[in-house]
Design a protein around this ligand. Structure first.
Ligand code: IPD
Ligand code: CA
Ligand code: CA
Length: 268
């Protein structure tokens, strides 16, 4: 039997877990680590490091010890599916390419889903020591202070975030046309290399919006609840509700949402 979870209580466990995993990742960042190609994208550009693996093992072990009946979905090993109503969705290191190049923009993303609803999420940036979190109905926070999306309603005054998939050179669904369209209409566009942090930055108003076309559940699950609790809006590129394996995502301050969806839809 699985005991029911209170989102506001479990988010405290998640915050500690993200801090500890972040410290682990930061220790690899200061020292030596091995980089391997996952072989899932041409030229081996989709990589994994010792830090991804160590962070993932640490997080999975902690969840396994504390919540043995819960299921877990992670990027590198994708284990544990028993039909529990609770599913942990983990990106142990989002921004691996940045990490591998000593580019200090990466984070740890931990989400908990109950049935099909994400009830809590934490994203931790171990370089800036910034922890973003939210529990369903409990608001969104950055290091203890309540956060809110921006109030910018005019796209030409907006700064947007986006990203490109690892198969960008092989697939025409590579976000290049969408990027070319949006860059002419927004004040600026940034490609940070960490979708999880991009979402956290939408939640705290540093970005007015973010979109990407081929993400995975571990990239966006924690970010969805954090943006929504910060009063932002998250849908897929068609304006429909996000689903676990939905891939495309548009997350905004809600004011520019329809406009951004419209621009992305007009790409041929
Ligand atoms: C990647 C990052 C990147 C996004 C890619 C993701 P990873 O995750 O979030 O910003 O553009 O689509 O795959 O591989 O660093 O965990
Ligand atoms: Ca990721
Ligand atoms: Ca990752």
């Amino acid at each position: 039997m699985t005991t029911s979870v209170d989102p506001k209580v479990i988010v405290e466990f998640m915050k500690e877990l993200a801090s500890d995993a972040g410290a682990l990742v930061a220790s690899y960042f200061q020292g030596r680590f091995k980089i391997e190609s996952k072989g899932s994208a041409p030229h081996g550009i989709d990589i994994v490091t010792d830090a991804d693996r160590a962070s993932e093992k640490f997080i999975m072990d902690q969840i396994g010890e504390n919540f043995p009946s819960h299921d877990i979905l992670t990027e590198e090993t994708r284990t544990k599916s028993t039909g529990s109503k609770y599913l942990w969705i983990i990106d142990p290191l989002d921004g691996t390419v940045n990490f591998a190049h000593s580019y200090p923009q990466f984070g740890i993303s931990i989400a908990l889903m109950e049935d099909s609803e994400i009830i809590a999420g934490v994203i931790f940036d171990p370089i800036r020591q910034e922890k973003f979190w939210a529990s369903k109905g409990g608001g969104a926070f950055l290091n203890g202070a309540r956060i809110h999306v921006s109030d910018n309603g005019e796209l030409f005054k907006c700064i947007l975030g986006t990203g490109f998939p690892y198969d960008k050179a092989q697939s025409h669904v590579n976000n290049l046309k969408e990027f070319c369209k949006a860059i002419l209409l927004a004040q600026g566009i940034r490609r940070s290399g960490s979708a999880a942090l991009d979402l956290a930055w939408v939640a705290c108003g540093r970005l007015d919006g973010f979109w990407e076309l081929k993400l995975k559940p571990w990239d966006f699950s924690a970010g969805i609840v954090i943006v929504e609790e910060a009063k932002g809006k998250v849908t897929d590129r068609n304006g429909e509700a996000m689903s676990l394996w939905g891939q495309s995502i548009v997350a905004t301050n809600s004011l520019i949402h329809d406009n951004l969806i419209d621009i992305l839809s007009r790409v041929i």
